[in-house]
Design a protein around this ligand. Structure first.
Ligand code: EPZ
Length: 419
C-alpha cells in the first residue's frame, strides 16, 4: 500500500506548470458521448477519476488512445447505453453521462454515482432536470432507468446551482428537439469550458457562466479537437502550500481570473501574489495573520474544493479564524486528522473554529477524501518531523502526483510503498 511521507520545514521555490482541470475533463468526457466521430483532447491529465471516466466510455463502445499529451477518442460506434455499478461507483461524473447517453440514444440505464464522501451527494436535481425535458425516470435498486423517446426542450429551474445537474441538463438538451433553458444554473468556469467544447463540436449553447443557459437542439455532433482549461483547484492548492511554507513559487498555465476569491483572501495578508498572463507568482515569509472568516460558496465565491487546504493554512496562522462549509454537510473529516498533528480546531455543524498554533507535529494520518488528503499533505509540509499520509488513492483521483509536484518545488516528500 503506498503512502506519502513528508518531512516538514522546507520552503518552496521554482516554477511548476499546472495540469488540466479534472472538473472540466470529466464533464467533457461525458459530452464526448454526444459526438459521433473523433474527439481529440489535449493536455490529457492522468488523474484516476479521468481514467475511470475513460473506462466508462470504453464500456459504451468508445475507443481511446494516448498520443503524446493528447487523448484520442473514437466515439463513432457506441453500442451501449448502460453504466453498471462497478464503473458508476468509481466517480461522481458517471451521473453526468446520463444526459449525454439520453441525448444520443434516448434511453439510459445508469447506476448511482460514486465520488468523495463529503455529504449525501443526492441526485434529485439531476432527475428533476431530466423530467422537465419529458424523460421518464425510474429510480429503483440503485439504478436510474430513463426513457427519453419523447424528450423535448423545456425550462429547468434548479433549486440549487448544482454544477453536475447544470452540466447534465446542458448535455441532455444538445441533441433534443426544441429549446432548453436552465435557470439558477451553476456558473463555474468548468461549465463555460463544457459549453465551448460542445459548441466547437456543433452544439448551440449560450449563457454558460451566467445563471441562465439556453440550449437549442441540433441533429448531430461531429468530430472535435479541444484543449480544456487548467485546474484552478490544483493552482489554489500550490498557492496555499507556498503561503504556508514560505518561499517564491511561479505557477504557469494558470487562469488567475478563476481564482479571484482565493487571491483576494491571501494577497497582502498571507503572501504577495503577482499575476502576469497565465503566470501566478507567490512570495511568502511563511508566517501570517489569520483570515477572520472564510465561507465556501458556489462560484465565484470561495471554492469548497479549497476548504481543507486553507484550513491547513489557518491551522498555523497568528490568530483565530472561522470556516463555514456551505456546500457539503460532512466536509470536515480532515479535521480529526489535522488535530492529530496538533491543530486546534473545533467544529459545530457546518462551522469550524481554528485557533492558529506555532507548530504542527508530524503524525500518521489518513486521506479522508480527495481535497482533505491534499490538505493533510500541506500540513505535513510545515509540521515538525515526519508525516505519513495513507489512503493516498483518494489524492490521486485529482492530482497526477502531488508528491512529484511539491518535490520539484523543494519539499522533502516522497511516495513510499508499505508492504
Ligand atoms: C462538483 O460536484 C465537483 N465535482 C465537486 O468537486 C465540487 O465540490 C462541487 O461541484 C461543488 O463545486 C465534479 O465536477 C466532478 P453540486 P457536484 O451538484 O456536481 C447539492 C472535487 O474535489 N445537490 O454542485 O456533485 C449537493 O448535495 C469535487 O473535485 C443536491 O442537493 O456538486 C451539494 O450540497 C468534490 N441535489 C450542492 O448541491 C443534486 O441533485 C452542490 O453540489 C445535486 C447536488
Amino acid at each position: 500500500m503506498d503512502k506519502i511521507v513528508v518531512k516538514g520545514g522546507n520552503s518552496l521555490s521554482g516554477e511548476l506548470e499546472v495540469s488540466s482541470a479534472k472538473n472540466s475533463y470529466l464533464p467533457i468526457l461525458a459530452g464526448a458521448i454526444l459526438c459521433s466521430g473523433e474527439v481529440i483532447l489535449h493536455k490529457y491529465p492522468k488523474y484516476d477519476d479521468v481514467l475511470n471516466m475513460i473506462g466508462i466510455l470504453e464500456n459504451l463502445g468508445g475507443k481511446s488512445k494516448v498520443q503524446g499529451s493528447s487523448l484520442i477518442l473514437d466515439m463513432t460506434c457506441l453500442n451501449g447505453f448502460e453504466i453498471p455499478s462497478n464503473l458508476a461507483s468509481l466517480t461522481r461524473s458517471s451521473i453526468f453521462s446520463l444526459g449525454s447517453i439520453l441525448g444520443r440514444f434516448k434511453y439510459a440505464k445508469v447506476a448511482y454515482p460514486g465520488g468523495c464522501e463529503i455529504g449525501a451527494r443526492p441526485i434529485d436535481l439531476h432527475i428533476k432536470g431530466l423530467e422537465a425535458l419529458n424523460v421518464k425516470v425510474i429510480d429503483r435498486r440503485g439504478y436510474l432507468t430513463c426513457d427519453g423517446r419523447n424528450m423535448r426542450g423545456g425550462d429547468v429551474h434548479l433549486d440549487f446551482p448544482s454544477v453536475g445537474a447544470t452540466e447534465n441538463v446542458m448535455m441532455a438538451g444538445v441533441l433534443t428537439k426544441g429549446r432548453t433553458r436552465i435557470f439558477n444554473a451553476a456558473k463555474e468556469p468548468e461549465i463555460v469550458d463544457l459549453q465551448n467544447f460542445l459548441n466547437k463540436a456543433g452544439a448551440k449553447i449560450r449563457g454558460a457562466g451566467t445563471t441562465t443557459i439556453v440550449i437549442d437542439g441540433v441533429e448531430k455532433l461531429g468530430s472535435v479537437e479541444y484543449t480544456p482549461i487548467s485546474d484552478r483547484i490544483i493552482t489554489g492548492t500550490y498557492i496555499i502550500a507556498t503561503s504556508m511554507c514560505g518561499g517564491d513559487v511561479t505557477l504557469t498555465n494558470t487562469r488567475p481570473d478563476h481564482l479571484q476569491a482565493l487571491i483576494s483572501k491571501l494577497d497582502n495578508s498571507c503572501c504577495k501574489i503577482k499575476v502576469k498572463g497565465d503566470r501566478i507568482r507567490v512570495i511568502s515569509s511563511g508566517r501570517h495573520k489569520s483570515i477572520n472568516k472564510i465561507e465556501t460558496m458556489p462560484y465565484p465565491g470561495f471554492p469548497t474544493d479549497l476548504q481543507p487546504q486553507i484550513m491547513a493554512l489557518e491551522a498555523i496562522s497568528n490568530g483565530t479564524s472561522v470556516i463555514v462549509e456551505n456546500l457539503f454537510e460532512t466536509r470536515f473529516k480532515h479535521v480529526s486528522e489535522l488535530v492529530k498533528m496538533g491543530a486546534q480546531i473545533l467544529t459545530e455543524g457546518r462551522s469550524a473554529v481554528i485557533k492558529g498554533v506555532e507548530k504542527l507535529y508530524g503524525a500518521e494520518v489518513a486521506a479522508t477524501d480527495l481535497r482533505g488528503g491534499a490538505g493533510l499533505v500541506l500540513a505535513g509540509l510545515v509540521a515538525d518531523g515526519y508525516t505519513v499520509v495513507s489512503n493516498i488513492g483518494q489524492i490521486k483521483r485529482g492530482y497526477e502526483s502531488i508528491e512529484t509536484d511539491l518535490k520539484k518545488l523543494g519539499a522533502d516528500i516522497r511516495k513510499v510503498e508499505f508492504l
